[in-house]
Design a protein. Structure first.
Length: 224
């Protein structure tokens, strides 16, 4: 069973999500929260696999709560999916930066929501390449002034092949797509991705996407 916590300040929305999640035999709802402070408390108490986190809530928002959860060694296994009303919410990029494993708009189709939860629980990222591309194009140079040089220097630990792989992850390619692009076996592509994640201390593929952008491996408009 995949244990899930839902954090959103709208009670009606939580009820709808709860009904959807509880209908799936692979998912167990273990807690709810209406603000960021409560979300951190519930997550700390229940240790879920996945948190669905509204980015904008009164009081402590979802960004601050995500940062707290992802920074806690005791919650290293917890993965956060950001829920947002707008695809181009610039706070979403910062949430990915601090450790979120992906994001979904609130009007996402139910099947896609459930698939994303299961994907993130397996260690993958919930990132639509087209939406991520538009998000990066939107935030553009506004975030470049806040890039952490230490994070970018982590790219120096990678081999040329690993840097190439990270750039392709940044474009949103799956392991199979990377394998096809570089004429590798899927297993080899997966190994390269895993090694790169370890070397740069990335929680998952979502952080590789952020690092690829911050390190200049991909840029706003790179696939326009």
């Amino acid at each position: 069973m995949i244990k899930v916590v839902l954090a959103d300040d709208q009670a009606l929305l939580r009820a709808g999500f709860r009904a959807l999640l509880e209908a799936d035999p692979e998912i167990e709802m273990v807690g709810e929260a209406s603000d960021g402070t409560q979300a951190v408390e519930v997550v700390t108490r229940t240790h879920p696999d996945v948190v669905l986190m509204d980015i904008r809530m009164p009081g402590t928002d979802g960004l601050s709560a995500t940062a707290s959860i992802c920074a806690s060694p005791d919650l290293a296994h917890v993965r956060v999916i950001i829920l947002t009303t707008f695809e181009l919410d610039e706070y979403v990029f910062e949430a990915l930066r601090v450790g979120a494993s992906g994001f979904l708009v609130k009007d996402t189709e139910p099947a896609e929501l459930l698939a994303s939860i299961k994907s993130v629980a397996r260690g993958d990222a919930a990132l639509s390449p087209s939406v991520t591309r538009r998000l990066i194009d939107h935030v553009g140079e506004r975030v470049r002034g806040t890039i952490d040089p230490e994070r970018v220097r982590a790219l120096e630990r990678l081999t040329d092949r690993e840097r190439e792989i990270v750039a392709l992850v940044g474009e949103g390619l799956s392991n199979d797509e990377i394998a096809a692009r570089l004429v590798l076996s899927p297993a080899t592509a997966k190994t390269h991705v895993s090694r790169a994640m370890v070397k740069v201390n990335a929680r998952d593929r979502a952080q590789l996407v952020v690092l690829a952008y911050e390190g200049g491996l991909i840029r706003p408009g790179w696939m326009s």
